[in-house]
Design a protein around this ligand. Sequence first.
Ligand code: MG
Ligand code: MG
Ligand code: ZN
Length: 350
Amino acid sequence: MKLFYKCLLFYLIVFLARAQNDTPTNIILLIGDGMGLTQITSGMYANGNKTILENFENIGLAKTHSFKNLITDSAASGTAIACGEKTYNGVLGINHKNKSIPSIINYCSSYGYKTALLSTSSIIHATPASFYSNVDSRNEYENIALQLLQSEVNYFIGGGKKYFTKRKDKKNILVDNNPYFMVDNLKDFSVSESDKVGYLTYEKEPPKKSQGRTPSLPKMLSTLLNRFNEQNVPFFVMAEGSQIDWGGHANNTSYVISEFDEFEETIQIAYNFAIKNKNTLVIITADHETGGMTLSGGDISKKMVKSKFNTRGHSATMVPVFAYGPFSEKFRGIYENTAIFHKMKTAVSE
Ligand code: MG
Ligand code: MG
Ligand code: ZN
């Protein structure tokens, strides 16, 4: 009899463990473009010495160099994170041997995931484009736009409408053979029943947060997560705080901080979701640092920081990776940015 109960207990444990593993892991990947440690630190002190990132206990550092260059651009680093291979600066979704490579979006789709890309730049800009395009040059915007509409991405929100509608080939690719249901506000985005929905927020690049950019990234993410919650399917989403980088390029501290603020709210949305939905892995990282930013002074009580910049371009310093949820412990340590792709793959397949 005793043996019977032992066996029963054993099978119950195995059953529960299997049931646990059978729940696929959602992934929310948040990329702060150009968000090095100083950008985070500045945002933290400017926000009264606190950041939601303090809740993330699994932290690592990623090396950002590209295939040939110590200092990467967003195309090569985006490709490293999205596709797991180092490539040349300026190249999207093609490795150094000139071979087109699949991204985590393709991988997730093959596992029945729904996928989404959200951006506060245009959606055809290097970071989001590294998740769905394969081009020699990140500047091939109109070609990238075409590749987005042919991609496996389920939902996208970002700027750059003109690359779809006012093209050199005179085509309006949003009208002809477009598999996406296009909307022009978040409400329509949330109620559309299509499983391919696109929302192009601006003709060109969206403006700065401080100039009233809408919708905000946290609003985009919360709307999307509500959708996913109702669908009850595993999902992958990449949301990019694109303009932290532009603040760095402009050597403009307040630009960096206001963009980081919005990104921080986005992290909060993801974190809240992951607390309620335990099968959700949240990863926050950057593709590289921008500006060679240093925190040179300030006053915490006044929520004021001063910084200096060493370049108008990117720097080669490692960037932090923060993770929460299942598989988050795999993000500890120091590794190449390409490892982020492989770690995400593990979270999907195991
Ligand atoms: Mg970048
Ligand atoms: Mg970017
Ligand atoms: Zn940049």
